[in-house]
Ligand binder design. Structure first.
Ligand code: SAM
Length: 184
């Protein structure tokens, strides 16, 4: 485990919500779900394990990265100069999403099970608004349990894509898509 991750974990365990950075196997599975999009928005990039996989696999996609911790955001900026890195809570910076292409995918490592309700609620609302705006959009999210990562609005559906055993702890990869209620 990197010193950077450990320091961040000790300083803010609730926002980190993980015992180790994402493995390259989990990062690859998350990036697989972001194939064939014009833009990728990563939320909660941390030490950049998933960011690296996104950049390697989808070099032509525009990349916007959100990370709460300013020190980690600075490191991400230095390591991924082509990405636009936003420091601070995602839900307070959603204006950055305005003007992104219709074919934009969200890739989130946010620890919804440990984040407080005052963060979860506006974050889920922002995800839902962004996904409803174009039918081809979806969210990739991982969780450490068999339960869906968060309770989504009624017009959304979770699909469990795969389980990644080579991660500490093993993780489930999920995809959330809008299913307009009239269209079911
Ligand atoms: C599970 S960790 C990230 C794991 C990452 N894939 C890695 O390998 O380092 C979750 C990250 O989300 C960030 N985070 C938590 N709440 C956030 C928020 N509201 N907006 C943006 N980032 C947030 C934390 O600072 C932390 O770096």
């Amino acid at each position: 485990m990197s010193i950077t991750f450990l320091r961040h974990l000790l300083q803010d365990p609730i926002s980190v919500g993980a015992i180790a950075p994402s493995s390259r196997h989990l990062a690859a599975a998350m990036a697989d779900g972001a194939a064939n999009f014009d833009a990728i928005v990563e939320i909660g990039a941390g030490t950049g394990a998933i960011t690296e996989s996104l950049v390697d696999r989808h070099p032509d996609a525009e990349l916007v990265v959100f990370e709460l911790a300013p020190t980690l955001a600075d490191k991400l900026r230095a390591r991924f100069p082509a990405a636009r890195v936003i420091s601070g809570p995602f839900h307070e910076n959603v204006g950055v999403l305005d003007g992104l292409p219709e074919r934009t995918v969200l890739v989130s490592a946010l620890p919804f099970r440990s984040l407080p309700r005052r963060v979860v609620r506006p974050t889920v609302e922002a995800f839902a608004t962004f996904l409803r705006a174009a039918p081809e959009r979806h969210l990739m999210q991982f969780s450490y349990s068999l339960q869906a990562p968060f309770i989504a609005p009624d017009d959304f559906e979770w699909q469990r894509v795969t389980t990644i055993w080579r991660n500490a702890p093993p993780a489930n990869v999920w995809q959330l898509s809008c299913q307009p209620l009239g269209g079911r």
